[in-house]
Ligand binder design. Sequence first.
Ligand SMILES: Cc1cc2nc3c(=O)[nH]c(=O)nc-3n(C[C@H](O)[C@H](O)[C@H](O)COP(=O)(O)O)c2cc1C
Length: 197
Amino acid sequence: MKKRDFLKTGLLGLGALLITRKTDALEYYPTVKNSEWAILYGTWCGSSRDAGVWISEGMDGIADVFDVRENPDLTKYKNIVIGGSIRSGVTSKELQDYLTSHKEMLGGKIRGLFAVCGNMKRPITQNLYPTYFDNHLTKLSGAGKVPSRVFLGRITWGLMEPAVRDQMKSMPGMDEYDNLKRSECMEFGKEIMKSVK
Ligand SMILES: Cc1cc2nc3c(=O)[nH]c(=O)nc-3n(C[C@H](O)[C@H](O)[C@H](O)COP(=O)(O)O)c2cc1C
């Protein structure tokens, strides 16, 4: 191969690699897509990502699902569902910052809110709703009265930041668990769709 051809092939290969890199992120391609719906989540280890995807599945897979760390532009969406995992009683700083700085854009578009928490492996109770919604997500996002749901989440040691994992492991009785249920998330997706009909 001539030197010039070699360089050309190399550059083309690099270009293809760069294009491939751009599409590396988890992308979901629903059979039926309605570009009016988006789900935005804040997560550390993925529980709220799965909750978001499963809520979308309950909505027959119509929503685009975004991690807030991608800082997505949601201006084109008419309907948005927002949720996040809980640490020390609140969602991630990234989600809180996004909601604060995009409050105006989000205003009037929010159709549902959700939170994912451990709740010490105990069942979800009504007293969590004012804590995670009225005094937190609703306030930050400016959402109106929309369907809201708290889900039990999970702990996966291998996905956790090492320092946090060590701290968590030192807590008596703390172990891995998985209480997030696809059926409950899907049911919430259906409830949201019903609420806008
Ligand atoms: C450092 C840390 C703090 C947590 N704080 C709370 C809390 O205040 N209340 C609660 O109910 N669950 C708490 N949890 C449990 C998480 O909300 C639950 O495991 C959730 O599914 C984690 O979401 P993620 O997969 O996005 O990390 C905490 C978990 C960790 C690791």
